[in-house]
Design a protein around this ligand. Structure first.
Ligand code: NI
Length: 552
């Protein structure tokens, strides 16, 4: 479509409305002899209120990766769930509230479908490396939010979020829960938003309703009706009638989806219960549905406004009298971006990761430490990832500073014996000696006593387990990296074969292995995995006397 033809198609419905209006004007003109209407007149161009983000710009500090925030994402195929949210290091209360909202919504959705949520990794190329809040997700139409989830057919739940203020000690996040059907007959059955504010210095919590005064609702109603009329191409700004009884009931509950905008104004989400008759610019519920300026979108009478029109923006001067003290603080913080004051983020291997919620995977490296391990440690740091290192005693004695660096970086240390023998062929005394010498070497180099053991060649039996006195950690994904396969093969085995709960075996004594790690980390991240240590994947230290191949 050319620009000119788009212009024409945009104007056509407006002309139609204008024609209806002119009929009345012409009848009146005959009687009063007023001048004929100016046929070249065009309605004034106003900014569409749904292009909210263009109006107010990006929120400072909201970009994943640019802040010390914890950006999360989970996806399951049955039930079809795709949820993203952001937590702030050190803000225990805020994080618990946001996370419970997500977990409860997922649980309720799954139970309604008669199933349960289980962490699941997606196929390669899923794009799940994109995590946490997204700028603009508040003003995206619910049907689009639903379509952006992973599901292509049937009932789906999508949870998304937007960071609405992140400046100094003021943090705010809007979490949006959308449910419905995707596929041939798409439908939205739930579109609900929850606003969380926290003062990161005092840990004080607030919600969207705390931003505006109790008597602001009618002013907002007025703004909302005017904005909707403008959006629908109405040509007049006559006085707004009071809300209907049904809408008054919705308004009485107040506006809870209220967030500050960097221009000093407010963004107000439209409550789900508001229906359209008050928005109707074409003459009431019996008339033809109004047509928007793009000539295509019509607002169906009786359809919740929020499905088509998720929010309005109230400019600074109109917003000022509506604000509470907290509202003024948040608007000021939003308008003057400063680095967010947040707690220190723990190292990846020291975080509290719930592997019943996230798709966890444990990378393990055997036979080191070696000089190339230092390169590997840098790669793990760059990818905010962690791993478990099963060390052999003599290498620890040879490279004690590398063993210490592994520990300092928050990774888990494991025992891989002294002389790499087949343990089932050893007598009891020799088994104890192999384990003890290596534990002593690791303790001497790092100050840490390892709590997990990996038998060389995976060779273990009940007697060995008893004598070792530590849990035996095997693997379910073997990259066979020691055989020297092509680069692509190591990457493919490392990134694409794991499932939630998998333990991947690699060796940090081969350059070719370490060369493949960045692509493996990126690939696992893209599939939705969280990289964890052995203790993290088991939700605590696994029990001695047992042998594990995975955490499933
Ligand atoms: Ni080995």
């Amino acid at each position: 479509m050319t620009d000119a033809s788009r212009q024409r198609s945009k104007r056509r419905p407006v002309r139609r409305l204008l024609g209806v209006a002119m009929l009345g004007v012409a009848t009146f003109a005959l009687a009063a002899c007023t001048p004929a209407p100016d046929l070249a007149w065009q309605p004034p161009v106003r900014a569409a209120v749904t292009s909210f983000d263009e109006a107010v710009g990006d929120v400072a500090g909201a970009e994943p990766g640019s802040t010390p925030l914890d950006h999360h994402r989970i996806r399951d195929s049955a039930p079809a769930v795709d949820a993203r949210w952001t937590e702030v290091p050190g803000q225990t209360d805020l994080n618990a509230r946001v996370r419970s909202l997500v977990v409860d919504a997922v649980g309720a959705f799954a139970s309604r479908l008669g199933t349960t949520y289980e962490p699941e990794a997606a196929a390669a190329g899923a794009g799940l490396g994109s995590r946490g809040c997204e700028g603009g997700s508040s003003s995206t139409l619910a049907a689009e939010v639903l379509a952006q989830g992973g599901a292509t057919e049937g009932e789906a739940l999508v949870i998304t979020c937007e960071i609405v203020v992140a400046s100094g000690s003021e943090f705010g996040e809007r979490v949006r829960v959308v449910e419905g059907t995707v596929g041939a007959t798409p439908a939205v059955t739930r579109d609900e938003s929850f606003v969380f504010f926290a003062d990161t210095a005092t840990a004080q919590q607030a919600g969207g309703a705390d931003v505006i005064t109790a008597d602001a609702a009618l002013s907002i109603w007025n703004e909302l009706v005017l904005a909707a009329r403008r959006e629908l191409g109405a040509l007049w700004d006559t006085q707004v009638a009071p809300p209907s009884e049904a809408n008054a009931a919705v308004l009485a509950k107040g506006f809870a989806d209220v967030t500050p905008t960097p221009d000093g104004g407010l963004r107000i989400g439209i409550p789900a219960g508001l229906l359209t008759p008050e928005m109707d610019v074409s003459g009431g519920a019996d008339a033809a549905p109004p047509i928007s300026p793009d000539g295509e979108t019509t607002l169906v009478v009786g359809e919740p406004i929020s499905h088509r029109f998720p929010s309005i923006h109230i400019a600074a001067d109109a917003a000022a009298p509506m604000l509470t003290d907290l509202g003024r603080e948040l608007v000021a913080a939003s308008a003057t971006p400063q680095p967010l004051l947040a707690g220190e983020r723990p190292l990846a291997g020291e975080r509290d990761v719930n592997c019943e919620l996230f798709a966890c995977v444990a990378l393990t490296f055997d036979d080191g430490p070696a000089p190339i391990t230092e390169t590997l440690l840098g790669q793990l740091r760059d990818h905010d990832a962690t791993a478990t290192f099963f060390l052999v005693g003599p290498n620890v004695q040879r490279y004690p500073e590398i063993a210490r660096q592994i520990d300092d970086d928050g990774h888990q240390l494991g025992n891989h014996s002294w002389s790499h023998p087949q343990f089932t062929t050893l007598d009891d005394k020799k088994i104890e000696e192999e384990v003890k010498k290596t534990n002593d070497a690791i303790l001497a180099a790092t100050g840490e006593r390892p709590s997990v053991f990996r038998p060389p060649y995976g060779d273990v039996d009940a007697r060995v387990l008893t004598k070792v006195g530590m849990p035996s950690i095997l693997w379910d994904i073997d990259t066979l990296d020691w055989e020297g396969p092509p680069h692509e093969t190591i990457v493919d085995r490392g990134a694409n074969e794991a499932e939630a709960g998998s333990i991947i075996l690699m060796h940090d004594i081969h350059d070719s292995t370490v060369d493949a790690v960045p692509e493996i980390l990126t690939g696992l991240h893209d599939r939705g995995f969280v990289l964890v240590t052995i203790d993290q994947i088991f939700g605590g230290a696994p029990a001695a006397g047992n042998s594990y191949t995975s955490a499933r």
